[in-house]
Design a protein around this ligand. Structure first.
Ligand SMILES: Nc1ncnc2c1ncn2[C@@H]1O[C@H](COP(=O)(O)OP(=O)(O)OP(=O)(O)O)[C@@H](O)[C@H]1O
Length: 255
């Protein structure tokens, strides 16, 4: 763990933190999966959670969204403690979650899927307007969805479903999005579009915490990276530092 650079990064943008996770622990039954995980995500910041299969990346995102059976620790979202809130209450506050398995409604059309996730526009704490996502605006962001508003979810490719899953979450007008492995199992063209989307959300001030194993993809979009190993954070640095250091990559990611 690189304490000095980590502390410096945390101090930067102190007032702009959207998400602050401290000493998060999580369990599946008797199995203690996450151990004292601490991380932050700022406004307009993209943070990558990296690590090998089974390291605990998905569990970290699910724990933040209150989707694991048992968790302990402190989680602040937009300055409010949310560790005792239920998943729907967390979502209502503007914390979006896009699961790895793309939970879209296969019997509903693209447009209907979007309408299901709809929430009212929000404001940042300083009173400034947040981006207000409408189907029209999302069809500009995801042009291929715009070409198939009446297509049933179940008749879309995996990549298109991935896009719809992100677009549907955006209809909830989130200030921060948890994105579980957005590049996994989708075609290179979709991965590219996903990277552009993430950068567009960042430009709008939305914070993003993404779980990722694809280092080139994370390197394109992320500002900072945390590496998880057996449920513990073992490294934290600017993304470029991890991506550019062969020794770190080998040590933590095995690549
Ligand atoms: N529902 C569950 N019940 C019991 N154990 C689980 C469950 N989900 C995950 N685990 C275990 O928790 C650990 C962390 O899994 P997790 O899915 O968070 O890892 P990950 O880093 O996201 O990996 P992957 O990239 O393979 O999804 C693994 O040992 C996994 O077997």
């Amino acid at each position: 763990m690189q304490k000095h650079s980590s502390q410096r990064l945390m101090d930067k943008g102190q007032n702009q933190k959207l998400l602050e996770v401290q000493n998060l622990n999580a369990w599946y039954g008797a199995a203690h999966i996450l151990h004292e995980v601490s991380l932050t995500v700022g406004r307009g910041e993209v943070v990558a959670l990296m690590g090998r299969n089974g390291a605990g990346k998905s569990t970290t995102l699910k724990s933040i969204a209150a989707l694991v059976p048992r968790r302990e620790g402190n989680i602040r979202f937009m300055g409010e403690a949310i560790e005792k809130k239920a998943s729907h209450q967390i979502a209502q506050r503007g914390l979006g979650y896009v699961p790895e398995d793309r939970r879209i409604f296969t019997e509903l059309t693209v447009l209907e899927n979007l309408e299901v996730g709809k929430q009212k526009p929000r404001q940042w704490p300083d009173g400034s307007a947040m981006p207000h996502w409408t189907p029209e605006r999302l069809f500009k962001l995801f042009p291929n969805l715009g070409e198939m508003p009446a297509r049933l979810g179940g008749r879309m490719s995996g990549g298109e479903q991935q896009m719809l899953s992100v677009a549907r979450t955006l209809m909830g007008q989130p200030c921060l999005v948890l994105l579980d492995e957005p590049s996994e199992g989708v075609a290179p063209l979709i991965v590219e579009q996903m990277a552009r989307t993430i950068l567009e959300l960042k430009a709008q001030g939305i914070g993003i915490l993404l779980s990722e194993q694809n280092l080139p993809f994370a390197g394109l979009v992320a500002d900072r990276a945390y590496v998880l190993e057996k449920g513990q954070i073992v490294h934290h640095s600017p993304m470029a530092e991890l991506a550019g250091d062969a020794k770190l990559r080998r040590q933590y990611l095995g690549i």
